[in-house]
Design a binder for this molecule. Structure first.
Ligand code: ATP
Ligand code: SF4
Ligand code: MG
Length: 326
């Protein structure tokens, strides 16, 4: 499989009055062509920060301290703003978290399409714009005649999410990144969006990277799952493998907590304890205060991400040479 995007040792922080929030700490992963990768973790674990650092869209108090993001032989973190502009949307498009709120309530949907091409220096005629926007709106299974002339407030949450996906597809990117594409939607609408993304991936040969706090959504759509805990990547695995055989104690807890509805409730264990503060994260393994299998070394030494024979990569001392995790 062809590696399309390679993130190595990415480190990003936020500057706040009290110090620095260590939101992305030494995160590395690879994205393969025509696959869907899910970045999964609980709220405030640093999922959006990874996406924003990769795409250089961090808020003003965010800083990238280290790392590379390789795409087609270039480091996206090093290229000029001008070069980045040629890659954004045309090669890599992003639908940020809560993007629905960024739709301008005073502008019709077609005007959002016009703004997008203008922002990228493209001069299509009015007819061409309408034709291309209609094509994308149809692709997300909406009716262009009504939707393009509607104002955002006339559309439901699910329709707005489809419009945002259509907008992101306008310049036919190779990689589509979506931050929480299904949150804040009802269960049925969520299922439709997941179905739509599956269909787009198949039809357009597009590569998807999406963020979700819901591992069940990841299970539906992703080929590979990256589990984030406290700003660190703790497990990276093919989806089937992660459900069959989760390795990291945190991943096991996550999977356990969704063995829902038909499972024997007495066997379901929520993960005890609270997520770590990223202002003063725990030393060594950031999961150690919550881990039932904690050892002395875990409090002192951060576990490296190691590759196991199953294809899984895991950052846990239990799986290092001589460990007894496998
Ligand atoms: P959610 O699921 O709630 O969207 P997330 O996993 O995407 O969460 P991030 O938004 O990446 O998490 O946040 C990671 C950490 O960085 C959190 O502790 C959060 O409070 C903090 N953070 C995020 N944005 C900022 C900011 N602009 N300034 C300061 N801290 C921030
Ligand atoms: Fe638990 Fe130690 Fe593994 Fe961290 S490194 S998950 S504390 S066993
Ligand atoms: Mg987020």
């Amino acid at each position: 499989m062809n590696c399309l995007l390679k993130v190595s040792n990415l480190k990003a922080i936020y500057l706040v009055r009290e110090g620095t929030i260590k939101a992305t700490d030494d995160v590395s992963f690879e994205i393969f062509e025509n696959t869907a990768a899910a970045i999964v973790g609980e709220s405030a674990s640093g999922k959006s920060t990874i996406i924003e650092a990769m795409t250089r869209t961090l808020p003003p108090n965010g800083r990238i301290l280290a790392g590379t993001v390789e795409y087609k032989g270039k480091d996206l973190l090093k290229i000029t703003e001008e070069e980045l502009r040629t890659i954004r949307w045309k090669e890599i498009a992003l639908v940020p978290q809560a993007a629905q709120q960024s739709l301008n309530p005073t502008m019709k949907i077609i005007d959002h399409f016009r703004d997008t091409i203008q922002a990228h220096g493209i001069n299509w005629s009015k007819d061409e714009l309408i034709s291309r926007a209609s094509e994308k709106i149809k692709m997300v299974r909406l009716n262009p005649e009504t939707v393009l002339n509607a104002y955002p407030m006339q559309l439901s949450g699910g329709m707005k999410q489809r419009v945002l996906i259509a907008l992101a597809l306008l310049l036919e990117p190779k990689i589509l990144i979506l931050d929480e594409p299904t949150s804040a939607l009802d269960v049925l609408t969520q299922a439709h969006i997941i179905q739509l993304l599956k269909e787009l991936k198949r039809k357009l040969n597009i590569t998807l990277i999406f963020v979700t706090h819901d591992i069940a959504v990841a299970a539906e759509l992703a080929d590979n799952i990256f589990v984030i805990y406290g700003g660190c990547l703790v497990e990276c695995s093919p989806t089937v493998e992660i459900f069959k055989n989760p390795k990291h104690p945190y991943t096991k807890g996550l999977i356990n907590s969704i063995m829902a509805i038909n499972a024997d409730m007495s066997k379901i264990k929520a993960i005890p304890g609270d997520p770590p503060s990223l202002l003063n994260p725990p030393s060594g393994c950031r999961f150690h205060p919550r881990c039932e299998q904690v050892m002395d070394i875990c409090k002192k030494v951060r576990p490296p991400l190691v590759q196991l024979s199953s294809g899984t990569k895991v950052a846990c001392h239990l799986y290092e040479e001589g460990g007894y995790g496998e």
